[in-house]
Ligand binder design. Sequence first.
Ligand code: CAA
Length: 284
Amino acid sequence: RDTAVTAEGGRHMTDASAQEPRPEPATPPDEAELAEAGLLLEVDGAVATVTLNRPERRNAMTFATWRGLARIGRSLPPQVRVVVLRGAGPSFSAGIDLGMFSGGEQPDGSDPEATDRFIAELQEGYTWLRRPEIVTIAAVHGHAIGGGFQLALACDLRVAADDAVFCMKEPALGLVPDLTGTKPLVEIVGVPRALELCLTARNVPAEEAARLGIAEIVTPRDRLDEAVRGLVDSLLAVNAGAAVATKRLLWQAPGNTLEEQCAAERREQIGRLREMFGAGRSAT
Ligand code: CAA
C-alpha cells in the first residue's frame, strides 16, 4: 500500500488511462506541508483518499488547507482514477476556520487585483476535482458548512451519511460563496432553490439533499465507508479511457447546444474507436 504520493510513482502509467494526455505531476506536498494543511493523503493504486484532518476544529479549513488541496491536485500520480474526500472525526468540515478572518493573511479587498489573485489561488484547491482523468467522491457525514459544502459540490459525486447536514453559510456572514460552489449548486438544484438555500443559509439534512440531487447516495452513518468502497469498485470496473471521455462529455453538456454536444460525442467516439479497433490500440 502506497502511503504517500511520490514523483517517481507519478511517472508510471499502468492502465488505459495512460492513453489520455495528462500533465506531468508536480512535486507532491511532504508530510510537514500536509500536517500544516490539516490533510492526510493516501494513495492505494488507482484510488487516492484525502482526509480533512482537524477533527478538534471540526475540520475547519485554513488558507493552507486550500493550498494543500491544490498541491495534491497538481501532484496526483497518473494511475489514480478515483479520489475520495472525507473528514476525520464528527464532521466532514465546518468550513473556513473562523480564525482566518482575524489572521494577517485575510485580504480586505482594498487591492482588488491582489484579492482576485488570492481567491483564485484558493479556488485551485477545488477546481482540479473536475478534471476528466479522475472521478471525485465526497464522503460527507456530520456538518458540511460553507467552504466544506462547496468542497463537496466541487466533487463529481456525493455520498452522504444519514447524519449529514449541508449549509451554505457565507451570506449569513456577509460574504458570498466563492470557493467554486455556486455553479455546481445551480447546475444541481436550479437558480431558485440555490437562492433559497444560500439566502436563508439553512441546514439541509441528508434526506432532503438526496431529494434535491445534492447527494447521489444516502447511507446509515456506520455504513458510509462501505457505501463509498462499493461506489469506487463500480467506477473502477469501467474501462478507464471510456470513463475519462464520458466524464469530459457529460460536464460540457450543460454549456453546449445540442449540435455542439452531438459533435463532441462524435469526436470522443472516434477516439474510443481508434483505441479499441485502430492500428495503435492498447493491449489492455
Ligand atoms: N472555525 C474554527 N473553529 C471551529 C469551526 C470553524 N469554522 N467550527 C468549529 N470549530 C471549533 C469550535 O470552536 C470548538 O472549539 P473548542 O473545542 O475549542 O471550543 C470545536 O471546533 C468543536 O466545535 P463545537 O463544539 O461547536 O462542535 P459541534 O459539533 O457542537 O458543532 C458546528 C459543530 C455546527 C460545525 C459548529 O462548530 C459551527 O457552527 N461552526 C462554525 C461553522 C461556520 O460558521 N463556518 C464558516 C462557514 S462560511 C465558509 O466556510 C466560507 C467562507 O469562505 C466564508
